[in-house]
Design a protein. Sequence first.
Length: 352
Amino acid sequence: MMEGTRDSVDAGDPGTGAPGPAGPGTGRAAELKALGRRYALLPLRLFLGVTFCYAGLDKLADSHYLAARTDPQSFYAQTLAAKPHSPVGALLEPALHAPTFFALLIAFGELAVGLGTLVGLWGRLAALGGATLSLTLFLTVSWNVSPYYLGNDLPYLMAWTALLLAGTPYLSVDGYLARRAERDRARGLTEDAVRRRTFLDGSIAAVALGGAGLLVGSLTATFVRKKPGPAAAATPAPAQSGGTGGSGGAKVSVAAADVPVGGSAAVKDPASGDTVYILQPKAGQYCGLSSVCTHAGCTVDPPRNGALSCPCHGSKFDAATGAVLTGPAVKPLPKYTVTKDGDRLDLGAQSS
Ligand code: FES
């Protein structure tokens, strides 16, 4: 009844507030307008809910995400790569000390936020969780993206802000609890009793939903998690021998036999500490490429089918030149010279 009254007034001129001309067509248009206003945030809510569920499950299904620290695609390695470039780098220390705990916290946090948003249970709290996760990723993974609009975590933060302000009052558990609270008040229940009942039932629903998320996430991590593919498998440890060379400091080299055509071996640049891939894109042609994605600093995957892919936002780089094949990155991967010395490959200076 109240909704109907408000909708009739809204059907008037939006500029003056004057009621529109009477007639069945206007009434229908007013209803549609009111419907549009009411559900304006529903597509955004569905998108964010599905995306965060998918992101959480995708992490739990990823064999590298929870892998050992030596895996360049692990949560630990990605956090370590982001730390020097982040304005809150010092705050990442706890995540580097307990990477498994924080990796699971983020994955299950995304899942919980996604589920809460989809069913509209404690929608503002879920939106706050989503905004916190997006802000964290913006300040770490996306901080160095230039121009800023190519990074995707800032738009997510803004999207969550809209849900944080509006809540999830329609087609939601929150909406159901609110309507029931109104009925309880109408039949004379005290405000305290109404609040207690609403909170208790919301808590029961939250525990049930959290349990379902925990179960689905655990099953995904246990049964869906894949083994690392051959190209992404752990690369041999770098051999660092005495003398000078490379980008300064200790000489860095690997056995040529460890770098097959189309494959790579990972070494550390002694100057920066960054992981560098020594690659052989064509028989007898060697080069070195930094593993640090030029979009926002994630560690790119080892080469596969002539390209290095970034797991964070999908950039792809040419394995022979480091050139960008697919954005959002716009700058090529920094290149290193590699020279063959007998049966070994020596990492030289950064050349671009
Ligand atoms: S960090 Fe965004 S694509 Fe690599």
